[in-house]
Write a protein that binds this ligand. Structure first.
Ligand SMILES: [Zn+2]
Length: 82
């Protein structure tokens, strides 16, 4: 018989401060300043928004943000209702 485990102390998720990461923080700061940017992969040239620390296509580290035009195409979306 499996016993249910519980933790009477503070859950770990409440004990830590999570950040958006180095490039995510710079992306959010640029967004707050009114600039729309995307992470640029120097190997394949793809742009990612929201930014990724590593390119999912070639695993290159992504460090640079490039300003992008405030226009685009919504290819998909999800509606969440409470
Ligand atoms: Zn890439």
């Amino acid at each position: 018989m499996r016993r249910i485990k519980y933790f009477p102390e503070v859950m770990e998720i409440e004990a830590y401060v999570y950040t958006a990461g180095p490039i995510g923080t710079r992306w959010l700061e640029a967004l707050r300043a009114g600039r729309l940017t995307a992470a640029y992969c120097p190997k394949c040239g793809r742009l990612f928004m929201p930014p990724k620390m590593y390119c999912p296509y070639d695993f290159e580290e992504v460090k640079e943000l490039r300003e992008v035009e405030p226009v685009g195409v919504v290819e998909t979306y999800t509606v969440v209702e409470r």
